[in-house]
Design a protein. Structure first.
Length: 105
């Protein structure tokens, strides 16, 4: 397996590893060949949508390898990319931190 080479590839591989409960995912691995299903793909979609708001579920079917999906997410002329990835991560972390705050009674 070829290890992720960019931040976007690492992010996509990390999401896939979590959803598929795998120890590692290579950049050329196909989501469905790894045991992914359309229901699991929706979980990937939900997580990556925090990173790129205009992501469509059909995009995940079209770009079924880590390399292809990361390439599309960071393609010039497309919305998304590294800056938006960082902003999306910050927003997602802020939402998670807010949910972890104890309720005041």
């Amino acid at each position: 397996a070829v290890a992720p080479r960019s931040e976007l590839e690492r992010t996509v591989a990390e999401v896939w590893r979590g959803v598929l409960s795998l120890p590692e995912v290579g950049v050329h691995d196909n989501f469905f060949d790894l045991g992914g299903t359309s229901l699991l793909l929706y979980r990937v979609y939900s997580r990556l949508r925090e990173v790129r708001g205009d992501l469509r579920l059909v995009d995940l079917f079209r770009y079924a390898t880590v390399e292809a999906l990361a390439g599309w997410l960071g393609a010039p002329g497309e919305s998304g990319g590294a800056a938006e990835l960082d902003e999306g991560r910050a927003r997602a972390e802020a939402r998670r931190a807010h949910r972890r705050r104890p309720l005041h009674v």
